[in-house]
Design a protein around this ligand. Structure first.
Ligand code: DOR
Length: 447
């Protein structure tokens, strides 16, 4: 018998409206919206005063498994997701070994089946010579290219290799865009000793804009669906605003939306990530880009490193910040501050990523969709605390920040994976199904 859960009296964020109604989860599916009050269920949840929204889909996380599991693993990373209302994640290939072969991809999927408590998918990484592997990979959202060096030595930036990937493969492509030549020249122009404040001078506005323009040029020339990861500058927003959106999509991360280079003074290398933090004006431009549609989604780039590693003197300190369990409260807090609406949030963090990556049955509360949903309390107010983080790295750049709006219960595939402050321990996550015949963001959005 399938387990049936009836969630009553929540304000439900549906595709066309937000309505006080009931939702029936039956096994792994949403069986009914507006289910009758007397519907038979194994559990009835009275959610009066709460909002029910689709589970968050984070299309950019680094869970370090296999190979770097002292920082994170698929169990701890996915449990952090559950606590944060994230029901699906797409993970990056800079693990050890790197996910650059069909075998490594299959091995990661098998690992996730044993460890993940939420739904999972994995990118395959491009190298200078793995075209055959990229074309053998099927169970994947797409190809990741590091057009800019970062954690894990996966840089691909010579024109010939890039042309080969864009011309010789068919999957959607996502890229980290920071121009390596610009980064190296900027670094060479600075006199040591360097401090973390130099990180933004080295990975500057120009590095981001040059690489983003170059990558978009490749995508347009080869007519390939292309996603710009972690946009950090006003200049990139301007470039993106003029693009054919059936081909080019983009995302912004909570750190670039909510922090800027002034935060180095407070956070030091805890605020070091790639692309670097920029200015308050860039932050504002990213928000404008989201509101006006040049940027379609929000993702975390969850990149855990231990506090000890982060404490090394710059530039030995690694780049990256964790965020899967804080991104939803951070954004709910922005809803409460009036920076966006809950409907915007759902478009950017649930429906949008599902459309961009052709995920079947994800991102919406609608009959027949997967039962990945999260109850949130828009009135709950509390501080982010390092000691409460489930990510293995055990810290957050938002430690001490009071946020209003928190997830209280999360279902993935109809199973409760977070409730009453407790996270599921069994590996109940499911493999995400990608149907690239769907055609991406604009092809499958009905507005
Ligand atoms: O800051 C970052 N850290 N940016 C990336 O692109 C990679 C990530 C990591 O894997 O540590």
């Amino acid at each position: 018998m399938r387990y049936r859960t009836l969630i009553r009296n929540a304000a439900v964020v549906l595709p066309g409206e937000t309505a006080r109604t009931s939702v029936l989860l039956d096994g792994g599916r949403i069986a009914a919206v507006d289910a009758a009050a007397h519907t038979r269920a194994d559990e009835v949840v009275d959610a009066a005063g709460l909002h029910l929204m689709p589970g968050v889909i984070d299309d950019q996380v680094h869970f370090r498994d296999p190979g770097l599991t002292h920082k994170e693993d698929l169990r701890t990373g996915s449990r952090a997701c559950a606590a944060g209302g994230v029901t699906s994640f797409l993970e990056m290939p800079n693990t050890v070994p790197q996910t650059v072969t069909a075998e490594a991809l299959a091995a990661k999927l098998a690992l996730a089946a044993r460890r993940s408590v939420v739904n999972y998918g994995f990118y395959i990484g491009a190298t200078a010579d793995n075209l055959d592997e990229l074309n053998r990979a099927a169970r994947t959202p797409g190809i990741k290219i590091f057009m800019g060096s970062s954690t894990g030595n996966m840089l691909v930036d010579d024109q010939e290799s890039l042309e080969a990937v864009f011309a010789g493969t068919t999957l959607p492509i996502a890229a980290h865009c920071e121009d390596e030549g610009t980064v190296r020249a900027n670094r060479a122009a600075l006199d040591p000793p360097l401090t973390v404040h130099d990180h933004t001078r080295i990975r500057d506005h120009r590095a981001a804009a040059v690489a983003t323009r170059r990558a978009i040029g490749l995508a347009r020339r080869h007519r390939r669906r292309f996603h710009v990861l972690h946009v950090s500058t006003a200049g990139e927003v301007e470039i993106l605003a003029g693009q054919p959106q059936d081909l080019v999509t983009a995302e912004a991360c909570p750190h670039h939306l909510l922090l800027d280079a002034a935060d180095y003074a407070r956070l030091g290398t805890l605020a070091q990530m790639n692309p670097s933090l920029k200015t308050a004006a860039d932050r504002e431009a990213l928000w404008r880009g989201l509101r006006e549609g040049a940027i379609q989604i929000v993702a975390t780039d969850h990149a855990p490193h231990t506090l000890e590693e982060k404490g090394a003197p710059y530039p030995a300190s690694p780049s990256g910040v964790p965020a899967v369990e804080t991104v939803l409260p951070l954004m709910l807090n922005e809803v409460n501050r009036g920076h966006c609406t809950l409907r915007d949030l759902v478009a950017w963090m649930c429906d949008g990523p599902a459309r961009i990556w052709d995920m079947v049955g994800k991102g919406r509360i609608e009959e027949g969709y997967d039962a990945d949903v999260v109850l949130v309390d828009m009135e709950a107010e509390r501080a982010v605390r390092n000691e409460e983080q489930r990510t293995k790295c055990g810290w957050s750049p938002w430690h001490g920040t009071v946020l209003k709006g928190w997830p209280v219960r999360t279902w993935a595939g109809g199973r409760t994976v977070f409730a009453d402050g407790r996270v599921e321990r069994k590996p109940v996550g499911g493999e995400i199904v990608f149907d690239h015949a769907l055609g991406g963001y604009w092809a499958t959005r009905d507005e």
